[in-house]
Design a protein around this ligand. Sequence first.
Ligand code: DX5
Ligand code: ZN
Length: 219
Amino acid sequence: ERSPIIAPSILASDFSRLGEEVRAIEGAADWVHVDVMDNHFVPNLTLGLPIVQSLRKATTIPFDVHLMITDPERWAPGYAEAGAYNVTFHAEACENPVALAKALRAAGAKAGLAIDRDTPVEPYLELLPYLDTVLIMTIKAGFGGQAFMPEMLAKVRDVRRRIAVGGLEVRVEVDGGIAADTIEQAAEAGADAFVAGTAVYGAADPAEAVRKLRALAAA
Ligand code: DX5
Ligand code: ZN
């Protein structure tokens, strides 16, 4: 198993100081998780491409862009072109996930597929060879600060098992309610990338919170 990726979500940060907030976790975290919401796919609105382009110049940490938007075919490649390391779009919003994953890879990014709370993972297991990341929501997508749903870990196990059987190199990422008291069970189920918003940016020392989460995930 590869070493864990810790990806703080800037959704829980102070948006008026975005550059500083990202730099605060730069040396401690692996990726920064950027939640793009369009007030359509989810009932919440955050930020889009112009802010990602500006932020890209303010830090060296890889961007893990989580697109909670309708019509990802239209917008996702732009984030790859803006320098995102990994671009994840939602299965529920996409007609042809394989085509979009290929387009993202062609644009120079890793390709991720997100599975929301009410979506089963089985229909997507055959797509794993085309993906670099599978993001399993451990809440309903749309808002930070929700309670972790342990029943979602069955999906993590299913994906991890299929990756192992296929001998594939795909990250299994969990997003929602990840904190010191939930990260170990997610790691045990087979997750190897962990998004944490409130648990990092709600802490007095965000970089120290990242180090604590990493130690728990690696244990
Ligand atoms: C919610 C976002 C998450 C959010 C997680 O839809 O996808 O990335 O920031 O926040 P916490 O860690 O507070 O649950
Ligand atoms: Zn997210």
